[in-house]
Design a binder for this molecule. Structure first.
Ligand code: SF4
Ligand code: SF4
Length: 333
């Protein structure tokens, strides 16, 4: 069964970029060390910020990200402390290289999911996007995590470069014993954004294939989540920046509420002496207030290639908030 997951009022999600360093150079990488800091956050600071960000009145979840978060030598301490603080779910997003012997330093009780990124069903396509040797390393990492009893997710970022392999993913996921599948749409942001603006998918490509592949994966017992992306004119549009509780944290202390704003110094909060401090002036929250017929205002600014207009100049559809997701629950065929 497919359902649109509405923004939840009683949930807080922390996307914690504990460093920006990475061993890879993926073609669609959106991380900008110049904007977000080059040094890892020391683990004692991560832990203090985790305490600040925890909301005992809400289900608070944390996703540790980078760069490659397993390059942080004390990721294990941060994970264990998050559990002690009371975070409801703890996820580590990784490119699969699993540095610093992380799988031997934490247990499946400490981490809810290791979430692996793979952008092709084959070595040829994946490695063209993520770099030579990545497919092997990532699939080996998944197998090792599964053999140790960790639950795993896989994130596949779809673009014109790999859409033809999406249909082959469900069987690969089954073979790798993946629990959850996230299909992500390519975002045109980060240092190499301009080079990628021909990779965006059309509405027909996305809606014609992604829901079908999601159903196939779900019928193999895998829970699937993907962004809604395209809204009909009559479907309600909501900006998560106004109605949800998400924080995207970076090593230099910047805190955003919208991932599409991360290339610009318009973050709405900053960590100052371990306090989450709101900032004022022209900030992302001013953009959240704008109402335009195309839906998401940041999408129109950054990646308008996915919009289309009729002969009167009116948009044919709206673009949803990038944080609005569809979920297909695992079921039997
Ligand atoms: S693994 Fe992630 S952080 Fe590293 S280069 Fe690829 S997209 Fe960027
Ligand atoms: S992606 Fe668009 S709709 Fe979503 S939080 Fe950002 S500005 Fe708002």
């Amino acid at each position: 069964m497919k359902q649109t997951v509405a923004f939840k009022k009683n949930e807080r999600n922390i996307f914690f970029h504990i460093l920006t360093r990475c061993n890879l150079k993926c073609r669609h990488c959106y991380i900008t060390p110049r904007q977000h800091g080059k040094e890892p956050i020391p683990s004692d600071t991560v832990i203090r910020w985790l305490r600040t960000l925890f909301d005992a009145n809400k289900e608070t979840n944390v996703i540790f990200l980078g760069g490659e978060p397993t390059l942080h030598p004390e990721l294990d301490l941060c994970i264990k402390e998050a559990r002690k603080i009371g975070y409801r779910s703890i996820t580590v997003d990784t490119n699969g290289y699993l540095f610093n012997d992380i799988l031997n330093k934490v247990t499946p009780n400490d981490v809810d999911y290791f979430s692996f990124s793979l952008d092709g069903a084959t070595k040829t396509v994946n490695d063209k996007i993520r770099g030579k040797g990545c497919y092997k390393k990532c699939t080996e990492g998944i197998k090792k995590a599964v053999s140790k009893g960790f639950r795993t997710s896989l994130i596949f970022t779809v673009s014109k470069l790999n859409i033809h392999e999406l249909e082959n993913m469900p069987l690969l996921l089954k073979k790798l014993r993946i629990d959850r599948f996230f299909i992500q749409v390519i975002g045109i942001r980060g240092p190499s954004a301009k080079k990628r603006n021909t990779l965006q998918l059309t509405r027909e490509e996305w809606t014609g294939l992604v829901p079908k592949v999601a159903q196939e994966a779900a019928s193999l017992g895998i829970r699937v989540t993907y962004p809604k992306v395209f809204l009909e004119k009559n479907e309600p549009f909501e900006c998560a920046g106004l109605v949800a509780d998400n924080f995207f944290i970076f090593p230099n202390g910047r805190v955003y509420q919208c991932p599409l704003c991360e290339d610009f110094a318009i973050h709405s909060h900053r960590f100052k002496k371990d306090a989450l401090t709101p900032l004022y002036g022209i900030r992302e929250r001013e953009l959240f207030q704008l109402s335009i017929p195309e839906g998401c205002v940041m999408n129109k600014i950054l990646q308008p290639g996915n919009l289309r207009y009729d002969e009167h100049g009116a948009p044919e559809y709206k673009i949803a908030c990038c944080l609005l997701k569809e979920t297909v629950l695992a079921h039997s065929p």
